[in-house]
Design a protein around this ligand. Sequence first.
Ligand code: GDP
Ligand code: K
Ligand code: MG
Length: 299
Amino acid sequence: MENFKAGFVAIVGRPNVGKSTLLNNILQTKISIVSPKPQTTRIRVLGVKHDKDAQIIFIDTPGVQKGTDLLTKSVVESAVSGMEGADVILFIIEADKGWTPEDKQILENYIKKLQKPTILVINKIDKIQRDLVLPLIEESTKLYDFKEIVPISAIKNINIDRLVEVIKKYLPESPPLYPEDMITDLPLKLYIAEIIREKVFLNTRDEIPYSVAVEVEGIKEGDKNKNLLFIDATIYVEKDNHKGIIIGKKGQMLKKIGQQAREELEFLLNKKIHLNLYVKVKERWKEDLTLLRDLGYNQ
Ligand code: GDP
Ligand code: K
Ligand code: MG
């Protein structure tokens, strides 16, 4: 395998710039959950792209965020370790917002210190006029010596193939690092929990999504029908009144979350799913090290 390349690429940027959307689009499948809310991604998600000439191992980092609880600390730790282990950094900003103070902080505190080949990705160009892209590129070249600057739209699939080719230029020569059929390293239980958590994020507001953790306790195949999966999962919330909100009037909310999760899991796993969802109050679960480990937040 002469000239084959393989390496790690960390996707970095403040919350909501489109990191998880980009990863899903590049891999053409749902690896990392997406919502319009910041801090959706809590765990380091690895996604592997297998091409003829290269294997690109993407690390979708949770956005670097402030906070003192154990959950936030674990989240930031996994973001930083993702960056430190990378061969190439993809630093993402939003075309319509331009360089925000938070973007500049990440540039100063992480990108400049890491000193790794960094590609600036200007995402969401579908949201701005074409002639505004060039000035933003010019502004960016003055801020840092980016190896490349690539404007894209992760949602509209603009320039994604080009971005992938650009990334390959900066990968080390190496044989493949992961087996050919491996797309992610997320265990099935965590993957299912993430899909359920995404539906909670999409259906709730204010502090509720941040109060929630999901644990998949059991996955069982049908006795006769291997195409059937029985899944038991618990939604943890921090407060009693949050439990009421997640369950909803006459159980409507829980039903909706369960139905959306089941439909998507059936599509993603290509199986028939029976999903049993429970809701439990666990005050201060964000400080419970054992539970955080079980939830995959403390790797
Ligand atoms: P992350 O927090 O950086 O992982 O961002 P997400 O991938 O969760 O995306 C945050 C929001 O931005 C979601 O509502 C996405 O649908 C949206 N989004 C992501 N990429 C694009 C894009 O290229 N164009 C537009 N218009 N929206 C996008
Ligand atoms: K998000
Ligand atoms: Mg994300």
